[in-house]
Design a protein around this ligand. Sequence first.
Ligand SMILES: [Ca+2]
Ligand SMILES: [Ca+2]
Length: 174
Amino acid sequence: MPLNTIAAGSDDYASDASTTGSISVGGSVTGNIEMAGDQDWFSITLEAGEIIDIALNNTSTLDPYLYLSNAVGGQVSSNDDGGAGLNSALTYTASTAGTYYVAAAGYGTRTGTYELEVTTPLPPLTQLMRLRGAPNWMITPSPSILVQPVSRQKGSQPKHSTRMNAGNFGPPLI
Ligand SMILES: [Ca+2]
Ligand SMILES: [Ca+2]
């Protein structure tokens, strides 16, 4: 049945590490803050140094509030209105590998439905990437992706340049 018709007193996700909810980087889930003070927890597994963007957006009346806890339930970050309007968003760098818990909640006594999404941040447009196995080639990912030799001299026309799909690239090195 639709989440917004859950009977009063029931809850879709537990508010501690016993939760059945989980989310992965690149994934999204929906849920419901059925009553004032409810928190819906979702486990997520992160690598040491991994950077994630978390967005908690309302899909009805909720004023979202977002918490992030470590494996033992200690809060490591939180956000109220970091997204558009009253929505919550935060960026987090995992200090250690392991399980973390993203908690969807409402500001104060607010209730309603939400969508939670975890993504990997895009690199800054000024950040340069290098092609896997071709360190002398430089990619500038703005405004469109142009690949050209790093060593081309100022004022000369690039002898070899091409536009490529994102799938051609390795991970950023810097
Ligand atoms: Ca709930
Ligand atoms: Ca909010």
